[in-house]
Design a protein around this ligand. Structure first.
Ligand code: ATP
Ligand code: MG
Length: 392
C-alpha cells in the first residue's frame, strides 16, 4: 500500500501525475519482482460511463460487468443468489467456461450445480435455447467470475497494430466514416483537411476540427493538418481548362497528403470516395487521381451506397456535424459540369505547364497542425490545442 502526497491536490492534471508515478514505481521495483501497480480509490467505478467507452475500443468481441468470488462453489452460489435478488426472469441458463482445467468441477458440473441452485431459489425454468437470462461463469486459477448477459463489442483490431494512415478529411459525410473503418482495422489515423479560407469562410475548417475531435475517441490521440488550398487552386485555375480542375485539385491534395504521410510515418492515404457517387468518382478519374500518389490510396467506402454510409455516420455521431452547410474548397473555381472522364495524358500535359512542386511546397509551408486527445484531461479548459512546429 502506497499513499501519495501533493498529487492529491492536482485537480485536472491528477491522472497525468498518477500515471507518471505508476510508471516510475514499476521502473524502480520491477526488477525486484513487482509486476503491477494498481490505483485504488474510494470512488466507485461508473459502469454506465465505462460501458459507453468500451463500445469505442476496437478489438473487443463482447464484454460484461463481472463479479469476482473465491474459487469455491459455495461462495459462487451465495454471490449469484445475492446478485439475483430482486431480478425477475422466466428462464435462464448457466454457461460456464473452465479456462483453468485443474478446477475440480467441469464446466458441465458447474452448469448443473449452479443451475439447480438458481432454479430452486427463483423458480425460473432452465432454457438452453433462448433463455431470458444467461449466467456466465469463468473459472480462472485463483478466482471465479460471474456475470449476467454479455454485450457485443465493436470488433475489429486494437488501434495502432496496423500502423498509420493519412485520412483526407473533408467536412462531408463520407470521409469520417472512411477514417473510422480504418481505425477499426487497427490503424492510427492522421487527418488532413484542405480549406478555402480566407477565400471562403472558415466553416469547413471548423467542421474538420470537430470531426477530428469526435473521431479521436477511438484512438485517443490525433493530429489534424489544416492546409490552406485557395491560393493553390487560384494558380491551377490560371493554367487549366475548367472540366479538368477537380481532378487536378485532387491530384494536388494527394501529393500534399503523401508528403504529410511521409513525415508521420504513415503508409497509405484514405479517402471517402464511393464508386459513381459524383463526377470525380468514376473509375477513370479515380485512376488518374491515384496516379499522382506514390503510396496506396485506400477507399473503404468504394462499394457502399450513400444510405449505408449515412447510417454509419449517424451511429458515429459525425452526421450532424457533416451536414452543416459549408463552403467546401472544391466548389471554389469549379465548373458546373466537371469531366467524368479525364485522360492521364491530358492531365499530365496541363500539369507540365503548372509549378506543381512549388504548389505542393506552398501547402506544406502554410499548413497548421492541431493535436487532440481523448479524454481531454491534460488540457486546461479554455487553453488552445497544442500547436506544434511545422517541422515535425
Ligand atoms: P465527403 O462526404 O467525404 O466529403 P464527397 O462525397 O463529398 O465525400 P468528394 O467531394 O468527391 O466526395 O471527395 C472525395 C474524397 O476526397 C473525400 O471523401 C475526402 O476523402 C477527399 N476530400 C475532398 N475534399 C477534401 C478536403 N477539402 N479536404 C480533405 N479531403 C478532401
Ligand atoms: Mg465532400
Amino acid at each position: 500500500m502506497i499513499h501519495y502526497n501533493e498529487i492529491g491536490l492536482k485537480g485536472k492534471n491528477q491522472p497525468l501525475f498518477l500515471r507518471r508515478l505508476e510508471a516510475n514505481l514499476l521502473r524502480a521495483t520491477g526488477e525486484a519482482g513487482v509486476r503491477r501497480v494498481e490505483q485504488r480509490s474510494g470512488r466507485k467505478a461508473d459502469w454506465e460511463v465505462i460501458r459507453g467507452r468500451l463500445h469505442s475500443v476496437f478489438g473487443i468481441a463482447n464484454f460484461s460487468l463481472a463479479e469476482r468470488v473465491e474459487p469455491d462453489m459455495g461462495a459462487l452460489k451465495a454471490a449469484v443468489g445475492n446478485a439475483l435478488a430482486g431480478r425477475t426472469f422466466r428462464s435462464f441458463k448457466v454457461a460456464a467456461r473452465r479456462a483453468y482445467k485443474q478446477f475440480p468441477l467441469t464446466s458441465e458440473d458447474i452448469n448443473r450445480d449452479l443451475g439447480a441452485f438458481v432454479q430452486a431459489q427463483t423458480q425460473a425454468a432452465v432454457d438452453l435455447e433462448q433463455p431470458e437470462l444467461t449466467i456466465h461463469v469463468e473459472v480462472l486459477p485463483r478466482d471465479l467470475y460471474f456475470s449476467f448477459g454479455r454485450e457485443a463489442g465493436s470488433g475489429g483490431l486494437p488501434v495502432g497494430v496496423s500502423g498509420r494512415v493519412v485520412s483526407l478529411l473533408s467536412g462531408g459525410i463520407d470521409s469520417p466514416v472512411a477514417a473510422h473503418r480504418l481505425m477499426k482495422r487497427g490503424c492510427q489515423v492522421v487527418f488532413v483537411h484542405f480549406h478555402g479560407f480566407p477565400f471562403l469562410d472558415a466553416t469547413s475548417r471548423d467542421k474538420a476540427v470537430e470531426l477530428a475531435q469526435l473521431l479521436t475517441r477511438f484512438q485517443y490521440r490525433s493530429h489534424l493538418y489544416l492546409v490552406p488550398f485557395g491560393e493553390i487552386q487560384r494558380e491551377v485555375v490560371v493554367g487549366a481548362p475548367a472540366p479538368l480542375r477537380v481532378v487536378l485539385y485532387r491530384r494536388l491534395m494527394g501529393r500534399i497528403a503523401e508528403q504529410i504521410a511521409r513525415r508521420e510515418d504513415a503508409k497509405a492515404l484514405v479517402t471517402g470516395e464511393s464508386l459513381g457517387q459524383v463526377a470525380s468518382q468514376t473509375l477513370e478519374n479515380l485512376a488518374v487521381i491515384e496516379e499522382a500518389v506514390g503510396m496506396p490510396v485506400l477507399r473503404p467506402l468504394i462499394g457502399s451506397d450513400k444510405e449505408e454510409i449515412v447510417q454509419q455516420a449517424r451511429a458515429l455521431q459525425t452526421y450532424d456535424i457533416s451536414i452543416i452547410p459549408d463552403q467546401d474548397c472544391c466548389r471554389l473555381f469549379v465548373p458546373r459540369h466537371p469531366a467524368t472522364f479525364s485522360s492521364l495524358d491530358e492531365v499530365r500535359a496541363v500539369e507540365s505547364q503548372l509549378p506543381i512542386e512549388k504548389l505542393v511546397q506552398m501547402g506544406l509551408d502554410q499548413m497548421e497542425i492541431q493535436a487532440f486527445e481523448f479524454p481531454e484531461e491534460s488540457r486546461e479548459p479554455g487553453t488552445p490545442r497544442v500547436a506544434e512546429s511545422r517541422e515535425g
